[in-house]
Design a protein around this ligand. Structure first.
Ligand SMILES: CC(C)(COP(=O)(O)OP(=O)(O)OC[C@H]1O[C@@H](n2cnc3c(N)ncnc32)[C@H](O)[C@@H]1OP(=O)(O)O)[C@@H](O)C(=O)NCCC(=O)NCCS
Length: 333
């Protein structure tokens, strides 16, 4: 079974409510229909109901049974504004600001998740990563014990000898441009959690990547990764992790055995932690474009799941991201 089929099956087993703030966007409307009829989640579309109905009619989509909420006249808006004000008043947000903010579909959707009226949120067909991430960071905040929100890319590689039957988790490829050693350690712990929850990797093997393997080069960039490994061991003593190591030492058993003798990870890593966002973002695109891997992005470390789409996303991408979000929500405490 492919990773996507597996995720869809898991999503159907315990149906969650996922809010889609871009409710009047045609691909989102088409996706909502399949999400509902396939039983992947209860989708909630946000936006002007007349505009949503008009777009649905153009696409010949039947939205019966799907909840549509217009933040402008929602009876919950007052409660959300009150809570938003309480959460952000020390940051200079006034009661008036809060009332205005919750009329925005993104803030309204984030507050639905915050208040438990939805289990997760998916956006990005129209909005940028930052448009969603900023309110999510400000209001939903991080999981207990985690200080950093980051991302994992789930790479389904054609070479099934790599990682876990061809599955590799790459982090961070979206959020943290230049993480400190402590932040990098947290990214490693979160990515291992993502590997367990979403990829069914029961024993993640986490490699902290560098251009050096076990002290083969000396540079402040290498020292940062070595420090991250030390901190990650403290944060998650039971997690199988190691580094610093080069990409080939992490993945190729013979190279791992020669460059990092005795490492429990080298040669068999299934979770790869890149030293910064430039490396991570370039690395996942090389794996996708040259390596032919299918990839799926998720955010990790938020107290409740919110995920981002690319603006060029397909209807299928939206459906799959909702399924991933629903499965993350099943695991959220
Ligand atoms: C994450 C991002 C939205 C933060 O935006 P920002 O304007 O710099 O936000 P701020 O620094 O003002 O932070 C806002 C809040 O989020 C918190 N925060 C910022 N980044 C965080 C992170 N990674 N994890 C946890 N909290 C974070 C801040 O502490 C702050 O909290 P506070 O307001 O309660 O004090 C921004 O860095 C971003 O857009 N990242 C994406 C990078 C990108 O474009 N990637 C390419 C995509 S392919």
């Amino acid at each position: 079974m492919s990773m996507v089929d597996d995720i869809r099956k898991k999503a159907r087993a315990d149906v969650k409510t996922i809010v889609l703030p871009e409710g009047d966007e045609p691909r989102t409307i088409q996706a909502a229909y399949t999400i509902k009829t396939d039983g992947l989640a209860n989708p909630v579309l946000l936006g002007n109901s007349a505009k949503i109905a008009e777009e649905a009619a153009k696409k010949n989509v039947d939205l019966s049974g799907i909840t549509i909420i217009d933040p402008i006249d929602s009876p919950k808006a007052k409660d959300y504004a009150k809570e938003l004000y309480e959460l952000r008043k020390t940051k200079g947000v006034t009661e008036e600001d809060a009332e205005k903010l919750v009329q925005d579909v993104m803030y309204y959707g984030i507050m639905m998740v915050k208040m438990g009226d939805a289990d997760g949120l998916v956006s990005g067909a129209v909005h940028t990563t930052g448009d969603m991430l900023r309110p999510a960071l400000q209001l939903i905040k991080t999981k207990p014990g985690i200080k950093v929100v980051s991302s994992s890319f789930l790479m389904d590689c054609p070479n099934k000898k790599l990682g876990h039957n061809g599955l590799l988790v790459y982090a961070d490829c979206v959020v943290m441009p230049n993480p400190t050693a402590e932040e990098l350690a947290q990214i490693g712990v979160s990515a291992a959690d993502t590997a367990k929850t979403l990829c069914g990797i029961e024993e993640p093997k986490v490699a902290f990547l560098s251009f050096s393997t076990k002290g083969s080069a000396k540079h402040e960039l290498v020292s940062k990764v070595q420090e991250a490994v030390r901190i990650a061991h403290e944060l998650a003593p039971d997690l199988c992790l190691d580094g610093e190591m080069q990409f080939d030492a992490a993945l190729v058993p013979e190279i791992g055995a020669s460059k990092a003798k005795g490492s429990p990870v080298a040669g068999y890593a299934n979770v790869l932690i890149f030293p910064d966002l430039q490396a991570g973002n370039i690395g996942y695109k090389i794996t996708q474009r040259i390596g032919g891997a299918e990839c799926f992005a998720v955010l990790q470390g938020l107290a409740k799941p919110c995920n981002d789409l690319s603006r060029g996303c397909s209807v299928e991408d939206i459906i799959n991201t909702v399924a991933f979000t629903a499965v993350q929500a099943q695991g959220a405490k």
